[in-house]
Design a protein around this ligand. Sequence first.
Ligand code: UD1
Length: 386
Amino acid sequence: MSKADKIKILCVFGTRPEAVKMAPLVKALQASDVVDCVVCVSAQHREMLDMVLDIFDIIPNYDLDIMTKNQDLAQITTKTLNGLMDVIGDVMPDLMLVHGDTTTTMAASLAAYYAKVRLGHIEAGLRTHNKFAPYPEELNRRIVGVCADIHFAPTITARDNLLAENVRAGSIFVTGNTEIDAVAFVTKDDHKFKNDMLKNFDFAGKRVITMTAHRRENYGKPFENIFNAVLRIADDFDDVEVVYPVHPSPVVQGSAQKMLSNHPKVHLIDPLDVDDLQNLMARSHLVLTDSGALQEGAPYHNKPVVVLREVTERPEGLAAGCLVLGGVDEQTIYIATARLLNNDVMYSDMCNAKNPFGDGLASQRILESILYYFGRTSQKPNEFNT
Ligand code: UD1
């Protein structure tokens, strides 16, 4: 097929989690002979983004390189918006694809709207219905939803959220979450860790808790509460070791180093490559996190998650029994975690809960949905349904 007859798709992302979740889709688009795939990164994240691009062997066609230390939301928005208007003018895509709820995603969606380019939203329809939790992600994804022409909802719950907002049913495809595609790609029984501390870690003799905490709404007092709960868990359970790859944000680094760096059983390490992180979770006992992606990835490894937030936009995980809400109070986090460490029946029930987020085929479904939408096939792909 000549280049002119292909569907030209501009994929835009900027942070590590978007990159992880977009990477399998970019690979699927690149492999299709009906699609001309162009990649633009905002580089809202720099090193953490480059680590993912490297692992999935993706070389962006455009790199806006916007990251600055301690960037604020307005800077991310304006730089991404301005940069993308030029890229869109250059590429003239038939479709732009964005992912999830970051500020790169929101600004890119506005750019698509201003340029009157068709927009597809991957991981559409997640909602907490509280515009400050998570902040600013809940508002970001709602704005993207208003701009989007095609909505790739990972689950039926996400589709129902969109239908409740009067999104046209025919524009929604239920695909599963591409996080699971990516996690399956990097998880290996014989994985060799690159991180020096993990290379020699006694995974067989210890119960390892993988933890991450980085969200803006948890800055300040919630971080303090989370860290105090973790210190108590490390003190009270002899065989527990906590491994915390700390986000490079100066705010997160400052809080974590100040409160946790002196405990011998709490290991603060540099951010991990996606393959090290997933294989760390696979060898851990349980996961404590405020991240969205880890809530989806840990159940793939059959590991329970204590969610370090008041609410989650991933209620499927609560319903399936893979996640429990720990909140952001010291006592509630301590109790939720200690219960899992003390109660073997509860622990194994959570380990055995079925992953409701995806089956590793989301990227393929999204590609097929795009071909269907553009009339290149009459076959509508089957929905992902747990
Ligand atoms: C962003 C997303 C959040 C996502 C998270 C994943 C927004 C508003 N937030 O939040 O939804 O969960 O990414 O990490 O879009 N930094 C580096 N190197 C990097 C990355 C970050 O030094 O590779 C530092 C910079 O100082 C930067 C700070 O971290 O200013 C914060 O990064 P930013 O993207 O603004 O916010 P995140 O908290 O990462």
